[in-house]
Ligand binder design. Structure first.
Ligand SMILES: *Cc1c(COP(=O)(O)O)cnc(C)c1O
Length: 461
C-alpha cells in the first residue's frame, strides 16, 4: 500500500483534476461499493484496484490545477504521520493515557495560538475535524461564557460574506434564526463596523442580548479580511465574545504580508484555522484556539455538578500535570491523537518551508490578477487580498440587460475553461452577479500552472 501511495503521490501534480468517468461508470462503481461485505475475504491487490477506480472518480483536490473551492493539498509527510499515528492507536481523549503525545498536540496548538495568531501566553486550543466544527465549538464557548443557559435572547453578528458554518453553528447552539444578524459590509466586502455597532445597540435597546461578534480573516468567497482591529474594539466596548473565522486565511499570518493584513486578530477570544487548507494537510484537521482555554472547557462541563454525566467507569482517570484533557475541550470522548499529523511536517520541513509556500501563493495570485487584467473583455476584481482572484465577462453597459447577459457569458466562459480538464475552477456570486473564482492554495501549484491557466482562459475567451 505504501508503494501504491508513493506512485500516486509522484503522479499527482500531472493528474487530471476533474474526474474522467462517465456517469454510467460512476453509477456502476457506486453500486459495487454499496454492496455488503462478503463472508470470506478477498485478495488485497484486487480490492485496492477497486478502491483506486473509485478514487479516480473524484475531484483531484491536491492536484496543481485544483483552483476551485479551497483546494486541499494533502501533504504526503502528514499522511505518513497519520498512518503511523493510527498504527500506534494511542488514546487521545485524556492526557494521562498518552502524556507525551498530548504535549505534542498542545505544543502545536500553543504555536498556532501564540506564534501564528499572536494571542497571549496561556492561550491554546483543540484540534478538530475541520473549520465548521471549530466554529461550532467557538459558538458554544461564547454562548456559555456570555449567556449561560439563557439563550433565548442571545444575538450573533456576522456579515453576508461570513462562512455559512457560523450561522449553522449558531442554529445548532440553539440561537434563534431571527437573532442571527447579518450586518452590512462595505464595497470592499468587509464588515461595516459602525453598522454592526448600530445593530448591536438597537438589539440591546429592544431587550435582546448581543453576545457574539464574528469577523472573518480571509472570506471563502473572495479572501476579504474584516477590519479586525475595529471589530475587536467594538466587541470589547459592547462586551461581546470576539470570534475570528480564519479557516482559510489564518496561516497566511506566517508571512509578513499576512501578519500585517490580519493585525488585530490577536485580540480575539477564539480563532478558527484550518490546517487542511492553508497548511496543506490532508482533509480532516481544523483548529480552534482560544484566549482562555478554561472558557472552552466550561462550554462542555457540567456547571452544577449534577452527577448526571454518568462516568463512574472513568473515576481512575486523573488530570495529568498541566496538560489538557481533550475530551473536556470538545464533544468527543474517544479520539485519536491528532498532533502528529501537524507536528511531523512542521518539524520535518521547518516553519520556513510553509512560510515560503504561502508567500509563493500570494505572489501567484497577484501574478494571475495582473495577467487577467491584460486579457480583453474581462472585468477583474480588485487585486487579491490573499490567494483568491475573481473576475467576470465585462458587461456592455450598466443596464440590467447587459449585466444579465454578462452573467450568462461568464458561466459559459467557465464551462469552456473547465472543459479542458487540466484546471478545475468554480463560479461564485459577488453582490448578486456571477463571477469566476480562482483559489490558489495547493503546495503543488506553481508559476507554470498559472501560465497554463492563463493560456486555457485565453483560448476559451
Ligand atoms: C472552509 C471554511 C470553513 C469551514 O471549514 P471546513 O473545514 O470546511 O469545515 C469555515 N470558514 C471559512 C472562512 C472557510 O473558508
Amino acid at each position: 500500500m505504501v508503494d501504491r501511495i508513493a506512485d500516486f503521490t509522484q503522479d499527482l501534480p500531472s493528474r487530471r483534476v476533474s474526474p474522467i468517468g462517465q456517469s454510467s461508470e460512476a453509477g456502476r462503481i457506486a453500486d459495487e461499493f454499496l454492496a455488503a461485505p462478503p463472508e470470506q475475504g478477498a485478495a488485497l491487490s484486487m480490492l485496492m484496484e477497486r478502491v483506486d477506480r473509485a478514487a479516480d472518480l473524484a475531484v483531484e483536490s491536491g492536484s496543481a490545477g485544483m483552483l476551485a473551492a479551497i483546494p486541499g493539498g494533502g501533504l504526503y509527510s502528514s499522511a505518513l504521520a497519520e498512518f503511523y499515528s493510527r498504527a500506534l492507536n494511542r488514546f487521545g481523549g485524556f492526557a494521562s493515557s498518552a502524556p507525551g503525545l498530548t504535549a505534542m498536540e498542545d505544543g502545536v496548538l500553543r504555536w498556532i495560538a501564540q506564534d501564528v495568531c499572536g494571542m497571549p501566553v496561556g492561550s491554546a486550543g483543540v484540534l478538530t475535524t475541520g473549520g465548521s466544527s471549530a466554529n461550532l465549538s467557538a459558538v458554544l464557548a461564547a454562548r456559555r461564557s456570555r449567556l449561560g443557559e439563557n439563550i433565548e435572547r442571545g444575538c450573533v453578528y456576522v456579515t453576508a460574506q461570513a462562512h455559512h458554518s457560523v450561522a449553522k453553528a449558531a442554529r445548532i447552539a440553539g440561537i434563534r434564526n431571527a437573532n442571527i444578524r447579518v450586518v452590512p459590509h462595505t464595497g470592499d466586502l468587509r464588515m461595516d463596523v459602525p453598522a454592526a455597532e448600530a445593530a448591536v445597540q438597537q438589539d440591546r435597546r429592544a431587550g435582546l442580548h448581543p453576545f457574539l461578534l464574528v469577523g472573518t480573516a480571509g472570506t471563502t468567497n473572495t479572501g476579504a479580511i474584516d477590519p479586525l482591529r475595529q471589530v475587536g474594539e467594538l466587541a470589547r466596548r459592547e462586551e461581546l465574545w470576539f470570534h475570528v473565522d480564519a479557516a482559510y486565511g489564518g496561516f497566511f499570518r506566517l508571512t509578513r504580508r499576512g501578519r500585517g493584513l490580519m493585525s488585530g486578530i490577536e485580540s480575539a477570544d477564539s480563532i478558527t484555522l484550518d490546517p487542511h487548507k492553508s497548511l496543506f494537510l490532508p482533509f480532516g484537521t481544523g483548529a480552534l484556539v482560544v484566549r482562555d482555554p478554561a472558557r472552552l472547557a466550561a462550554a462542555y462541563a457540567d456547571p452544577d455538578d449534577l452527577g448526571v454525566d454518568g462516568r463512574p467507569y472513568l473515576q481512575d482517570v486523573r488530570p495529568y500535570w498541566r496538560l489538557p484533557d481533550y475530551s473536556g475541550l470538545s464533544p468527543e470522548l474517544s479520539r485519536e491523537v491528532r498532533g502528529l499529523r501537524l507536528w511531523l511536517p512542521l518539524h520535518l520541513h521547518g516553519v520556513a518551508a510553509f512560510r515560503e509556500a504561502l508567500d509563493e501563493k500570494l505572489d501567484l495570485a497577484a501574478r494571475l490578477h495582473e495577467r487577467l487584467c491584460d486579457l480583453p473583455g474581462l472585468e477583474v476584481s480588485a487585486p487579491p487580498t490573499l490567494s483568491i482572484v475573481t473576475f467576470r465577462v465585462r458587461p456592455a453597459d450598466a443596464s440590467e440587460t447587459a449585466q444579465a447577459a454578462a452573467d450568462k457569458a461568464t458561466r459559459a466562459l467557465l464551462d469552456r475553461i473547465n472543459a479542458d480538464g487540466r484546471v478545475l475552477i468554480h463560479s461564485t456570486t459577488i453582490e448578486g452577479r456571477q463571477a469566476i473564482r480562482i483559489c490558489i492554495l495547493t503546495h503543488r501549484t506553481h508559476a507554470d500552472l498559472v501560465e497554463r491557466a492563463v493560456e486555457i482562459m485565453t483560448a476559451a475567451l
